[in-house]
Design a protein. Structure first.
Length: 458
């Protein structure tokens, strides 16, 4: 490689570390940018040094993988330029704009691997902005990184495998978990069983979590419709009202974790101008890539859940593939393991498709949200505000709706409210969700203090 600028990787989860290892083994010294304090992403998130906890307690069935991951990272760090606690807030061809502890700077790149991972997908409910209510990922971060619980009596509501995993982790950590409330009916469609059986260890693990929770007194209900997060006199969450069958119920709690699967973090690819296509199973616009992670942009590669949510094992394989593609395109020797990784990624597709269908985003719940339900927290927009904007403007493109009512213009840039808002727009306009489009990325894609931006402009 003749460029004076380095290869840069965004993200230090399984995909980013696998890519960095592949490049380092080929003699390159990539720059690895990580928002976290330590490499690992969400699955191998490491607690503060003073919070010593056994790997079996932190990572459960993944303790062995976590130990191997930590050993690989320790061996890898001297061979790469690792930048921890560094956030990408904007991107353009050949340059990333970063902030680290209040210091803003730019990082040039010759080739870029985007391994930004996924984030929680949320369907709002009445009262969901109260203190004590967390996303599933946020609740897991509190437990893994800070050895803290979001409450003593915690209810879990949403859909997807992460729902049961985090509930299990909380119960094992000593929290009272009265219920896990699943919006889907994951095992009602027997046609999905052959696909789910495509990864027997993962399926068995999920069934174990459910059986363990039930055996320890946790109600595990499916086909639930969350109605309202109740508040106490202090304003904090005090309970969850929900409908199960034809019966409305209320569960008392002082902590509520909600999440409806994961969505890919695609803002950097969007800012760079990558081409996207709509994924009907995940109900999200995803950046296009070939089987090895080459995006539609020259010298930009995609890996991990930031390309498509497929789990940590596939993420690692896709990281190796993206790095191998980069090496090949640069005229360097690529590793021989690519064929094995391609087979593994391809073989996992049937299981992932069945999982997406078993635990779908509850679009019907999002479309039927009561008028007064806050959807966009940053701008204080309700479901009624969004429906009225569609009706008054005659528009159905999400960016046009954004222009009329400021949807997605706040701190999160639509990362939280976008999925539910798209469902509301599609329902109000009576069009398919794919026709709503996607919120265009705008810098800063992550919150950055104005004083830091001012310093960057000097």
């Amino acid at each position: 490689m003749t460029s004076r600028h380095p290869v840069v990787i965004i993200g230090a989860g399984p995909a980013g570390i696998a890519a960095a290892r592949t490049l380092a083994d080929a003699g390159l010294r990539p720059v690895l940018i990580d928002e976290g304090r330590f490499p690992g992403g969400q699955i191998f998130r490491k607690p503060q040094p003073e919070l010593t906890r056994a790997p079996s307690t932190l990572y459960g069935f993944d303790a062995g993988r976590a130990k191997s991951f930590r050993a690989d990272v320790a061996d890898l760090l001297p061979a790469i330029d690792y930048r921890s606690e560094t956030t990408v807030w904007s991107a353009e061809p050949g340059s990333l704009h970063l902030v680290n502890h209040g210091r803003t700077f730019s990082q040039p790149w010759s080739r870029l691997i985007i391994a930004t991972g996924g984030m929680d997908r949320i369907v709002p409910m009445k009262g969901w902005t109260a203190p004590g209510i967390y996303s599933l990922g946020g609740a897991q971060i509190a437990l893994k990184a800070e050895a803290s619980l979001i409450g003593r009596r915690v209810v879990f509501s949403g859909t997807g495998p992460l729902l049961y995993l985090v509930a299990y982790q909380y119960a094992k950590a000593g929290a009272c978990v009265p219920a896990v409330l699943e919006t889907a009916r994951p095992f009602d469609d027997l046609r999905l069983l052959p696909g789910l059986a495509g990864d027997v260890p993962l399926l068995a693990r999920g069934l174990y979590y459910i059986a363990w929770l039930r055996a320890h007194g946790t109600r595990v209900l499916s086909g639930v419709v969350p109605l309202e997060a109740r508040h106490g006199k202090d304003g904090r969450v005090s309970g969850l009202a929900f409908r199960h069958g034809d019966r409305d119920q209320i569960l008392a709690c002082d902590g509520l974790a909600i999440g409806h699967g994961l969505k890919a973090e695609t803002q950097v690819a969007d800012l760079l101008g990558a081409e996207f296509s709509f994924n009907a199973a995940q109900r999200q616009w995803l950046p296009r890539a070939d089987r090895d992670g080459r995006s539609s942009l020259s010298n930009v590669y995609l890996a991990g859940d930031g390309l498509s949510v497929r789990g940590s094992l596939v993420a690692a394989a896709s990281g190796r593939l993206a790095a191998a593609a980069l090496l090949q395109d640069a005229g360097l020797n690529a590793p021989r393991s690519s064929d094995r990784d391609r087979r593994f990624v391809a073989g996992s597709a049937r299981f992932r498709d069945a999982l997406d269908r078993a635990f779908p985003l509850p679009s019907e719940i999002a479309q039927a949200l009561p008028e007064e339900t806050v959807v966009c927290r940053c701008e204080g927009l309700t479901a009624g505000d969004i429906r009225r904007t569609v009706a008054r403007s005659g528009e159905a493109d999400i960016n046009r709706i954004k222009a009329f009512c400021r949807l997605g213009m706040g701190r999160c840039q639509g990362r939280i409210c976008g999925p539910a808002a798209a469902e509301l727009i599609a329902s109000a306009a009576r069009i398919d969700i794919s026709a709503v489009g996607r919120l265009r990325g705008q810098a800063p894609v992550k919150p950055v203090p104005l004083k830091d931006l001012a310093e960057a402009a000097r």
